[in-house]
Design a protein around this ligand. Structure first.
Ligand SMILES: Nc1nc2c(ncn2[C@@H]2O[C@H](COP(=O)(O)OP(=O)(O)OP(=O)(O)O)[C@@H](O)[C@H]2O)c(=O)[nH]1
Length: 216
């Protein structure tokens, strides 16, 4: 998807948005897994169907979310999944506080490549970066090749929170970003003696299981 064609990109979230309070979050994963679509769904509450046009380079959207009554400012970077942009996107990992790592449940190689993505994250991102694994396109059940359990198992192996999402229906999209915002807010204001917020426990308690109920 061409970032220049999206009005909200680079537009910021108004005068309230102060750079020094931003929490940088990056969307990564193979080309076509739905990173741009996930961000558009979160930002604008819509899904733009139709022909796929790959992201060129990198762009961001500023978004303010309310967590436990407090405002958390996220700057969400959408990266190009294509290999040829990899050296550009690596440069952005360094000051990221959170990474949403996506695969497509209908595309096995996008799932197999998750380990390679995690190796890159390990190499280029900060040690304590918050990572969340997302299995996107959960609405396309007829073409599913990666089971929910496979995603859960991989996430458990790496000790990261996981959920399946649908950028098309919106399933778990807000939850993914809110869980990240909650974790970043908790980290920013953490007192030594405070009992810890556990993002994995939070996600487990909140997420909707695909196949059950509706995808909305
Ligand atoms: N059914 C369905 N289609 C999706 C979903 N998410 C994305 N798509 C479609 O998948 C294609 C790729 O989506 P993008 O959001 O452009 O993928 P991307 O990860 O940003 O790709 P790059 O920019 O190349 O890295 C588009 O045709 C989208 O409409 C989803 O949750 N469900």
């Amino acid at each position: 998807m061409d970032l220049q064609r999206l009005d909200s990109y680079q537009a910021g979230a108004g005068p309230d948005f102060r750079e020094h309070l931003l929490h940088k979050t990056i969307l990564v994963g193979d080309s076509g897994v739905g990173k741009t679509s996930l961000l558009v769904q979160f930002d604008q509450g819509k899904f733009i169907p139709g022909s796929f046009s790959a992201t060129v380079g990198i762009g961001f959207t500023n978004k303010i979310v309310t967590v436990d009554g407090a405002k958390v400012k996220l700057q969400i970077w959408d990266t190009a999944g294509q290999e040829r942009f990899r050296s550009v996107t690596h440069a952005y990992y360094r000051d990221a506080q959170a990474l949403l790592l996506l695969y497509d449940i209908t595309n096995k190689s996008s799932f197999d490549n998750i380990r390679a993505w995690l190796t890159e994250i390990d190499e280029y991102a900060q040690r304590d970066v918050v990572i969340m694994l997302l299995g996107n396109k959960a609405d396309v059940s007829s073409e599913r090749v990666i089971r929910l359990e496979d995603g859960e198992m991989l996430a458990r192996e790496y000790g990261v929170p996981f959920m399946e999402t649908s950028a098309k229906t919106g399933m778990n999209v807000e939850l993914a970003f809110l869980a990240i915002a909650k974790e970043l807010k908790y980290r920013a204001g953490r007192q030594a003696e405070e009992p810890g917020f556990q993002i994995r426990d939070y996600v487990e308690s909140q997420k909707k299981r695909p196949g059950c109920c509706s995808f909305l």
